[in-house]
Design a protein around this ligand. Structure first.
Ligand code: SAM
Ligand code: SF4
Length: 339
């Protein structure tokens, strides 16, 4: 058996608490063409190239997970579409879609390069993408992203839809900046046929902005929305921290990701790999396994699989976030771990 042949049963990846891991988020780069204030410092020091997994290494690790029963693969970053050669990686990984081993290959992107990539993504079998967008105000967008161009993202979303991709919008809820705009953003997304998910800020990595100031509880947002909309709970559960409702007035779906105010860990089905090959089995804990060292130490496919199994076996029971703490609960930036 080879790792490019995930048809051979290896047994599911089950952790020490009986949760089956079926979803891998793969960060393909720590770099980005934007500098969102809640995500990155203004002057980031990016990793030297030698520390970042090559495209071949990324494919090998992802394929090992597919062999172990992972059904859903999401590429993220940093900005996945700034990684040189990323389309080759995606086109390569799409063989697991063709074989039926993978049910979904997708990505989370800031959308700024979708005009260029949308058609090739669709041709590679990508069906849905998440696009992060916190505001429809060009000036505020420029400020929040430290220099981004809103038009590029809006054109990117249109290009993705024209290519047949379904687009979900992710918006970080920020008390100072976009709280009042959220109903308008939701209505806009639904008007374009997009689901939208609101995210609470998470204390990941040192950035200049004060997150306690920007923290906006989605419980409060929901209460506010319910003063003029009917939100109907829908039982959609993706195994992650999102809870979904349907907005009766717009007909669209709205998700709430509340990692700080809810415990979503019991049903967690996912793990994350950084672009340096560090496997994090919990977003909110420091536990990790260095798969790059395993690979570069000349591991066989069987060694790699054993290293993954051991790491998943030790997946922590739950997270440890607290936005009120002075220090981030976890020192790494979201752009390193992959959102
Ligand atoms: N560059 C891509 C993008 O922006 O969609 C993918 C990577 S980005 C790190 C993934 C998601 O994480 C984005 O939706 C972003 O808004 C979110 N994010 C980044 N830092 C965050 C933080 N501190 N708290 C909550 N969400 C954060
Ligand atoms: Fe870049 Fe995404 Fe982080 Fe914004 S949220 S700086 S687009 S990685």
């Amino acid at each position: 058996m080879t790792l490019t042949d995930p048809g051979s049963p290896q047994g599911a990846l089950v952790d020490g608490f009986g949760r089956t891991v079926t979803y891998l988020r793969l960060s393909v780069t720590d770099r980005c063409d934007l500098r969102c204030v809640y995500c990155m410092a203004e002057h980031m020091t990016f990793l030297p190239k030698a520390e970042v997994l090559t495209l071949e290494e990324l494919d090998r690790i992802a394929s090992a997970f597919v062999t172990l029963g992972v059904r859903k693969l999401r590429l993220t970053g940093g900005e996945p579409l700034v990684r040189k050669g990323v389309m080759g990686l995606i086109e390569g990984l799409s063989r697991h879609l063709a074989s039926g081993a993978l049910s979904e290959l997708t990505l989370t992107t800031n959308g700024a390069r979708l005009v260029e990539f949308a058609d090739r993504l669709a041709a590679a079998g990508v069906k849905r993408i998440n696009v992060s967008l916190d505001t429809l105000k060009p000036e505020l967008f420029r400020t929040l992203t430290r220099g981004g161009n809103l038009t590029k993202v809006l054109d990117g979303i249109s290009a993705a839809q024209a290519a047949g991709l379904s687009v979900k919008i992710n918006a970080v809820a920020l008390k100072q900046d976009n709280a009042e705009e959220l109903p308008g953003l939701i209505a806009w997304a639904h008007g374009k046929g997009c689901d939208i998910t609101l995210i609470e800020t998470m204390p990941l990595g040192e950035v200049e902005a004060d997150r306690t100031d920007q923290f906006l509880s989605l419980k409060d947002v929901r209460r506010e929305l319910e003063s003029f909309w009917s939100l109907e709970d829908i039982g959609l559960n993706t195994g992650g921290p999102a809870r979904y409702v349907r907005v009766a007035e717009t007909g669209g779906r709205l998700g709430f990701i509340t990692p700080l105010s809810h415990n979503f860990c019991e049903a967690c089905n996912r793990v994350r790999l950084t672009c340096t090959g560090t496997l994090h089995t919990c977003l909110g804990q420091e536990d990790s396994a260095d798969l790059r060292a395993v690979l570069r130490g000349g591991a066989s496919d069987a060694d790699l699989i054993e290293a993954i199994r051991n790491a998943v076996d030790a997946k922590p029971k739950g997270h440890d976030f607290d936005v009120a703490r002075a220090q981030p609960a976890v020192a790494r930036h979201m752009s390193t771990t992959g959102g």
